[in-house]
Write a protein that binds this ligand. Sequence first.
Ligand code: CP
Ligand code: NVA
Length: 309
Amino acid sequence: MYKNIITLLDLEKSDFENLFSRAIELKKKHKEGILETPLAGKTLGLIFDKHSTRTRISFETAMVQLGGTSIFISAKDTQIARDEPVRDTARVLSRYLNALAIRTYSQELLKEFASFSTIPVINALTDLYHPCQVLSDLMTVIEYKGGYEDLKIVWVGDGNNVSHSWINAAAVLGLNLVLACPEGFNPDPEIMQKALGRGNGKIVVTSDLFEAVKDADVIYTDVWASMGQEGEYNSRKIVFKPFQVNSGLVKQAPRDVIIMHCLPAHRGEEISEEVLEGPLSVVWDQSENKLHMHKAILETLISNSFVKK
Ligand code: CP
Ligand code: NVA
């Protein structure tokens, strides 16, 4: 059993399946007004040093709905910002909290936190990965398509943190994933190699966007410049322009394709207003599912760590 979710390679296929079914069950119970509070008395700490709307609020709400509580910790207000070592902070926080969700720049820093924490550590986005996003996205794919086997998932745009988590998911679940990226903006080759080494999944990188979407079941896009890349925004806008998900592109895909975006979206940049707001877009369900998936993740990680101690 995994202790942390640092990358999706921490999980086996059965772990994904358990999270999907529990998240779907929790969503159903939530809609029926049935409250389960397995995390009463438990506390989640959230250390964030990048902006967030969805991830922060869905994790915090998830804790409340599961009977627990959460503490939002802006990294700049802690002693970390005054150079207290991460390894000390991790050990101290482990004495108070039951789990930590961290959003930061460096994957290495997150790994250091995890290695010194005795409580579960959850990656709530780094420069390299956004694993919980892709878990809830796959839940949405299952809801709309009845499963993920035999689907073609097409990533459009930057080979960024979210795309890396899709690559890892493809490696564990055996997905058919095509990443259509402008030249120079492919996913990290080391992450690709590691995923391909896992032996599952058909993971292909191309710059031929129109060919890629021809038989797509899912088209997924994200911002052209991620948090931390603001300085590259103007130059990226030029390179990425032909990779906009707009109705011209969507017309090349099958009529039952679904359009996904992790949000926040920049209308008129990576996605057009009419596609984002159009009938094929599932972005609001995607956002909602972050709540249900985060509940499944927290329940699984915190209950298991409790049993282990
Ligand atoms: N999708 C996502 O992670 O959104 P936030 O940056 O608002 O958390
Ligand atoms: N790739 C984006 C995702 C935001 C949820 C970023 O890192 O800014």
